[in-house]
Design a protein around this ligand. Structure first.
Ligand SMILES: [Zn+2]
Length: 274
């Protein structure tokens, strides 16, 4: 679920609540998600450590414990965080539980265990490929059109795949890629090599406009419920079968590469064989 705008809101909510707090205890409720790279027992090692920073990089969240340890969370499609009281009902999907010294609880849940969490010494952070191998963040100050064109240059194939892979520009996932391509009027499966200068310009504009515009809606609708998936306001993503908000054509839904792509055939014309 979480892409840059979602995690931006989650981070801003959590930062004042987590930084300065000490972990009293931690529980790993289900295996296979946490990669503990410290060589120590997870709960024993993390207990007593104080959270000194919370950062977002693309679609990852980094919790720092001084200069020794970090917890990197990559929620992928189905993971998320919940900030609550220990008395709140424990969801079956909860993977990790952190008890904080002020009595609050932070939980990581994952419906399909597609996400990953890495608990590691800081000097091993460079081993996390997704952390190192990302382009400039989509919410950072925008690249100009020339820089953007240069950032896309090494990558081949369909434009949607290039946007979601994160190496050209970080933080865009399946949902916001659909929204960006709708805004730019581009067929999602169009080959990057076939984009005209005018189309690149539209893409550049949409890449920076769409995620930023989403933040204020998310801040309003998510509030304290950072585990909530807020997608209803999107224009085409998740709206297959509904009318296009621009022209009324039925929005298409195509399953490819294990994910659904939504777009409007009239506003985003193209064919698979272009
Ligand atoms: Zn349309």
């Amino acid at each position: 679920m979480p892409e840059a705008p979602d995690l931006y809101v989650v981070r801003n909510f959590l930062e004042p609540r987590l930084v300065g707090r000490t972990i009293s205890s931690a529980v790993e409720r289900k295996p296979l998600v946490l990669r503990n790279m410290t060589g120590e027992k997870f709960d024993a090692d993390i207990s007593g450590r104080t959270i000194t920073g919370l950062a977002r990089k693309g679609k990852l969240l980094l919790i720092s414990f001084g200069d020794e340890r970090s917890l990197v969370i990559s929620p992928m499609l189905t993971g998320g965080l919940r900030y609550c009281s220990p008395e709140d009902r424990m969801q079956a999907t909860t993977i990790l539980v952190f008890n904080l010294d002020d009595g609050a609880q932070l939980r990581y849940f994952d419906q399909k265990r597609m996400g990953q969490a890495y608990y590691l010494p800081n000097d091993q952070l460079d081993q996390i490929v997704r952390l190192e191998n990302q382009g400039a963040d989509v919410l950072d100050s925008p690249m100009d059109l020339d820089e953007f064109t240069a950032a896309l240059k090494p990558f081949r194939g369909e434009i949607k795949g290039i946007l979601t892979r994160g190496q050209a520009i970080a933080g865009i996932g399946n949902a916001y890629a659909d929204e960006i391509l709708f805004e730019a009027g581009l067929f999602p499966f169009k080959k990057k090599s076939k984009l005209s200068p005018a189309e690149l310009k539209e893409l550049h504009r949409a890449v920076y406009e769409v995620p930023k515009a989403a933040i204020s809606v998310l801040e309003r609708e998510v509030g304290e419920n950072i585990h909530k998936k807020v997608r209803g306001f999107l224009k085409v993503h998740g709206k297959g079968g509904e009318p296009c908000p621009r022209c009324g054509t039925t929005i298409s839904a195509i399953k490819a590469n294990r994910r659904e792509t939504n777009f409007c055939r009239s506003c985003q014309p193209g064919t698979m064989f272009d």
